[in-house]
Write a protein that binds this ligand. Structure first.
Ligand code: ZN
Length: 179
């Protein structure tokens, strides 16, 4: 009776380890070769929705190409999310260079990240779009392993590994990152 202990198909509440490459506009952006496999819990919004739904039902060891449209990934590019601010308002401790990322405090949303798009004589242009906004994401994925999530993992909604890959920000978490 192995049905209960062996998981051969991706389904809700199971921990999945994923080998992947991410290509955008023909350019390799990210891969498990570089950063190690992704471990996540299916059905808990640990990964972008457009990818998660395609992984549902995949078999152990199965490979697949998944194309995720911008709208199901980091959203459409928002022309309004580009803002020119006076140079005098710009924090002095941040290097004034195109491409530099910084966090800007927003009254409603807390810190939001922006990228310096242009440095003018008296102004700095900040782009608040996610760097992958408006981009379709092309994933090559392979299911490396599937296991049951622990009760605690399900409660927290994320994987508790014995490595530093846990992106936990839950102070109650025992994953080690916050202790
Ligand atoms: Zn946790």
């Amino acid at each position: 009776m192995n049905e209960q202990s062996e998981f051969t198909k991706v389904a809700k509440d199971l921990v999945v380890s994923l080998e992947y490459t991410l290509t955008v506009d023909g350019e390799l952006i990210d891969s498990s070769e570089e950063n190690g496999p992704i471990d996540y819990i299916q059905g808990h919004e640990n990964i972008i929705a457009g990818l998660e739904s395609e992984l549902d039902g995949m078999k152990l060891g199965e490979s697949k190409k998944v194309n995720v449209k911008a709208v199901d990934a980091y959203g459409e590019y928002d022309e309004e999310a580009v803002e020119e601010i006076p140079l005098s308002d710009f924090p002095k401790d941040i290097p004034l260079e195109v491409g530099v990322e910084l966090a800007v405090e927003d009254e409603d949303e807390g810190p939001i990240s922006a990228v310096i798009e242009e440095v003018g004589k008296d102004t700095v242009t900040l782009n608040f779009n996610h760097p992958l906004a408006g981009k379709d994401l092309n994933f090559d994925v392979k299911i490396l392993s599937i296991r049951a999530a622990t009760a605690e993992e399900l409660e927290h909604g994320h994987v508790h590994g014995d490595d530093e890959d846990c992106d936990c920000d839950d102070s109650e978490c025992n994953c080690g990152k916050n202790n």
